[in-house]
Ligand binder design. Structure first.
Ligand code: LMR
Length: 334
């Protein structure tokens, strides 16, 4: 795969030929792993529309959804090598390239709602985290929302003990690994594009994701139950290849910045509704039973996952976790 990415990177280098002219627009390849009718998919389309408009066509944004170019891990490698210019991987996917701090967003029940999340991402902590990407050859431009995760399996998941011994697909995050271990389950890292088949064939028993991802990947068709846990968050960091970004003419970079700001505001204002709509569609399909937890069951789940905070502190950093909790003004138990 690395060879293929390298080949693509050299083609990309050849096609990026200095200042734009009417004949040769600057091509910005934006690769992502989800469907177009998801929060990320929609924000990416909005960015394309605005970027092309504000640059007067000097930049052409090519959006490649659904892992059609690269899967999860390859995506970041491709960005670093310059084979693509822009991505929006979830916070959970930065650990393997050595930026473990973004895994703080994976802590169970760390964010009570999207408003609190915005306080963190729009504040100094959000900016400080983006800076950590510079040394990895990428520039962090924005935070995009998806929403809160739900648990699914072919077994009804109500109590922590229901998870015992089941295999769950996870994104490549040590926090998510610790989360499932705290429930006595077996976590298995797997690329997003492979989840549907893994659920269908029983390679894994269950998974966690947002309503929009579950619906657009048809996971509800191969899972009998989805429990509305809202136990964790999926959001994205929009990243651009640093060399590409720094090499752009200043006026073009400004226009793209403006497009990114507006696409971010648009996407983040739509994400909750997109997840609600996906939930409604799943209900309508009748393919999966939606399980709701009582306040007592919810509390038992929070309690079971509480040890994760201690387990991952050496990796994510206790000061960062404390700062995060201070910003949100909440803890995982409330
Ligand atoms: C996942 O792998 O489950 C998600 O990160 C996919 C996505 O980009 O929303």
């Amino acid at each position: 795969m690395r060879k293929l990415i390298l080949a693509a990177a050299s083609i990309a280098a050849l096609t990026f030929v200095g200042p734009a002219s009417a004949q040769s627009p600057i091509v910005l390849k934006f690769s992502h792993v989800v469907a177009t009718n998801t929060p990320k998919g929609q924000a990416a389309e909005k960015f394309k529309e605005l970027a092309e408009k504000y640059t007067g066509g000097k930049v052409k944004v090519e959006v490649y959804p659904n892992s059609q170019l690269y899967k999860d891990k390859e995506e970041l490698e491709a960005l670093q090598l310059g084979a693509v210019q822009m991505l929006a991987p979830s916070n959970s996917k930065f650990g393997p390239i050595g930026v473990k701090e973004f895994e703080v967003f994976d802590l169970p029940y760390i964010l009570p709602d999207l408003k609190t999340l915005r306080k963190v991402t729009d504040g100094p902590l959000g900016a400080q985290l983006l800076k950590k990407l510079d040394s990895k050859g990428m520039t962090g431009l924005a935070y995009w929302d998806n929403g809160f995760k739900q648990m699914s399996a072919n077994k009804k998941l109500v109590a922590p003990s229901d998870y015992k011994g089941l295999k769950f697909r996870i994104q490549s995050s040590k926090v998510l690994e610790a989360q499932f271990r705290s429930l006595g389950a077996i976590p298995q890292v797997m690329a997003f594009s492979e989840v549907y088949q893994a659920l269908q064939t029983g390679v894994v028993d269950g998974q966690e994701n947002t309503w929009s991802n579950i619906y657009t990947q048809k996971m509800h068709e191969v899972q009998k139950y989805i429990t509305e846990t809202n136990h964790g968050y999926i959001g994205y960091v929009v990243v651009v290849n640093k060399k590409f970004w720094d090499g752009l003419p200043a006026d073009i970079r400004e226009q793209l910045d403006k497009a990114m700001k507006e696409a971010t505001a648009y996407g983040n204002s739509q994400s909750a509704k997109e997840n609600e709509d996906a939930l409604a569609e799943i209900k309508k399909s009748g393919k999966s039973e939606i399980v709701k937890l009582t306040p007592e069951q919810d509390e038992a789940m929070r309690k079971a996952m509480l040890p994760v905070y201690k387990d991952v502190a050496p990796r994510v950093g206790q000061p960062l976790i404390d700062e995060f909790l201070k910003e949100t003004g909440r803890g995982p138990m409330n």
